[in-house]
Design a protein around this ligand. Structure first.
Ligand SMILES: [Zn+2]
Length: 351
């Protein structure tokens, strides 16, 4: 999906003109406007025009076709009904899902789930940080999700988000073919991470948290006495030196993985485990693929976590691609869940 932007200027009466104190939650609303013309775009125009002078504003509106952004993620808006200094208005990013077209409501929810998943990743938040407007003020909002009357329940919406967070590429628009098989190779959980510690209880000993089990195992192997725990605290692997009995399918060292393509020598140095950046000015993940949000290029380096799928090189839009399964903040170096998208190798360079 494309995130269309019509960012409100300062000085409007609907603009609190201040930053969020922190980004802690994603707040979900339904617009409650059942007029057929109440699309995401028309709401973008409405908010951009000052919301008719009302102290009403939010960050994104989503319908069955489009996503429109009205305020930067970092800015405070008036949407939660909990006051100018309320935690809803000062610590959450607000999404409004359109109800202008009942037949397209499920698609609108899927689009909102895609956006929500992207925001969770971008801001390092878990699925438990998605809240209803109701959470802040008690208002019956998002009404259609709370009642489930339009075919999508709140639980169903959260499932949509979890699906988006699963280690498959960012979804293509609905009218094009999916960009990956439905059975992705990496055995990663939908949301949880694999943690490497001495014992689960000894959180202070943690060496790292990994999306990919293979990477967690590698870390455990490098640290005698450490084990890999899943998100529920169950030990799933003990390092080589301590417990050889645990299932450890032998894996070739990453250096023996064949390159995905031999046609472009300069990018062939990019292999599994490489830390790369996306070349500035790159518009889409691969020719004809999803558009790359600016922050993906400007704010993060990316870790190549896969170069083949089911043993074969991956090509998209006619270009050899690698999977960027993790990202690392350019500022802090902190690694987190990546964009999980196959990306044209020629758009990448070693970080
Ligand atoms: Zn609301």
């Amino acid at each position: 999906m494309t995130i269309n932007r019509k960012i409100c200027p300062a000085g409007l009466k609907n603009n609190p003109n201040k930053n969020l104190t922190a980004i802690k939650h994603i707040t979900i609303h339904c617009t409650g406007n059942y007029s057929a013309s109440a699309t995401a775009k028309s709401h973008a125009d409405y908010v951009y025009g000052g919301s008719g002078g009302a102290q009403t504003s939010w960050h994104y509106t989503i319908d069955g076709k489009e996503i429109w952004q009205h305020f930067e993620d970092s800015r405070s808006c008036w949407h939660a009904g909990d006051g100018t200094d309320g935690p809803g208005n000062t610590t959450s990013i607000a999404l409004e899902i359109c109800v202008n077209d009942k037949a397209a409501f499920k698609k609108a929810c899927e689009n909102a789930a895609w956006l929500t998943a992207g925001l969770l990743k971008k801001h390092g938040l878990g699925v438990d940080k998605i809240v209803q407007h109701n959470n802040w003020s008690g208002k019956n909002c998002p009404a259609e999700l709370r009642s489930g009357a339009w075919g999508v329940t709140w639980a169903g919406f959260l499932e949509m988000v979890k699906k988006e967070l699963a280690p498959v590429p960012v979804p293509a628009p609905s009218n094009t073919a999916p960009v990956a098989p439905s059975t992705p190779a990496p055995p990663a959980p939908a949301v949880g991470m694999y943690r490497v510690r001495k014992t689960w209880a000894d959180a202070a000993s943690q060496k790292g948290a990994f999306i990919l089990l293979a990477n967690a195992k590698k870390c455990a192997d490098e640290n005698p006495g450490f084990s890999v725990f899943d998100s529920k605290g169950a030990a799933v692997y003990s390092g080589k030196t301590s417990a050889p009995a645990v299932n450890n399918p032998s894996q070739p060292p990453s250096s023996s993985v064949p390159p995905a393509s031999s046609s472009t020598p300069p990018s062939d140095v990019i292999k599994e485990g490489s830390l790369v950046t996306i070349k500035p000015g790159t518009k889409s993940y691969y020719p004809g693929g999803p558009k790359i949000p600016a922050w993906v290029i400007s704010d993060f380096s990316h870790r190549v976590t896969q170069v083949t799928l089911n043993g074969k090189p991956v090509a998209k839009g006619g270009k050899a691609c690698v999977l960027l399964g993790k990202k690392a903040s350019k500022k802090t170096g902190k690694e987190s869940a990546g964009v999980n998208t196959w990306v044209d190798k020629d758009s990448l360079k070693m970080a």
